[in-house]
Design a protein around this ligand. Structure first.
Ligand code: DX5
Ligand code: ZN
Length: 245
């Protein structure tokens, strides 16, 4: 069933975005999975908003030059107002900044859009989603962390999917096109739950780049997501005709 009450994404809307953090931002790794992935996820950490530091604009530009795949830039930095537009101008398709680091998310989203990218807003593990629902019309993506932001390889925290359910219900009720992305611990055994909760965009670092064959891992994750979405669709209206969602 489709329509305003559907609370899981359609199979054709699903995006798998391997996170280059797990590949040490190697250009060769980016090229390898660019053939099969929808986007590549690029984590920018500044050593202040989170303890780790990753790459800067120069290395980002090298990644941008290496492939034509959409780049999904995730800014884990304490001064996104200073950097977000630069990452947009450097060729990001999405630039996502953290709610915890920004005083005026709607204004920054507008600046990102004016610089030619799509704005995303990220919500870290300990931040409730409700105060940010009113911002959904201003952004193109809501990133719900499914770990504490700052490092790859952490265990998926299933209780955070409640935020995904809340955001998805609000999105659908308001008929918004905003994507709902999950980031952290997404793997073969967790991606289905995230789909059922209403996520449509899946970041996966360890599950892709620490697999024996990253290309096969991307394909497998997408297959599992599509299966979970299709299953949710066929279960949407029980055969007795009573809608139990
Ligand atoms: C961590 C980053 C993630 C990270 C996910 O804060 O935002 O994108 O690469 O790594 P995994 O998939 O290993 O949890
Ligand atoms: Zn990330």
């Amino acid at each position: 069933m489709t329509g305003p009450s559907r609370t899981v994404p359609d199979p054709e809307d699903l995006i798998v975005a391997p996170s280059l953090l797990a590949a040490d931002f190697a250009v060769s790794a980016a090229r390898d999975v660019a053939e099969v992935a929808d986007w590549l996820h690029v984590d920018i950490m500044d050593g202040r908003f989170v303890p780790n530091r990753t790459i800067g604009l120069d290395h980002f530009a090298a990644l941008r030059a290496a492939t034509s795949i959409p780049l999904d830039t995730h800014l884990m930095i304490s001064d996104p107002e200073e950097w977000a537009v630069r990452y947009a101008e450097a060729g990001s398709t999405y630039v996502t900044f953290h709610a915890e680091a920004c005083d005026d998310p709607a204004a920054l989203a507008k600046d990102i859009r004016a610089a030619g990218a799509r704005p995303g807003l990220a919500i870290d593990r300990d931040t409730p989603v409700e105060p940010y629902l009113e911002l959904l019309p201003h952004i193109d993506m809501l990133l719900i962390m499914t770990i504490k932001a700052g490092a790859g390889g952490q265990a998926f925290l299933p209780y955070l999917l409640e935020k995904v359910r809340t955001a998805r219900a609000h999105r659908d009720a308001s008929q918004l096109q905003v994507r709902i992305e999950v980031d952290g611990g997404i793997a073969e055994d967790t991606i289905g739950q995230a789909v059922q909760a209403g996520a449509d965009t899946f970041v996966a670092g360890t599950a892709v780049f620490r697999a024996d064959d990253p290309v096969t891992a991307v394909r497998r994750l997408r297959e599992l997501a599509v299966t979970a979405s299709a299953r949710a669709e066929s279960n949407a209206v029980p055969s007795d005709g009573e809608d139990k969602r």
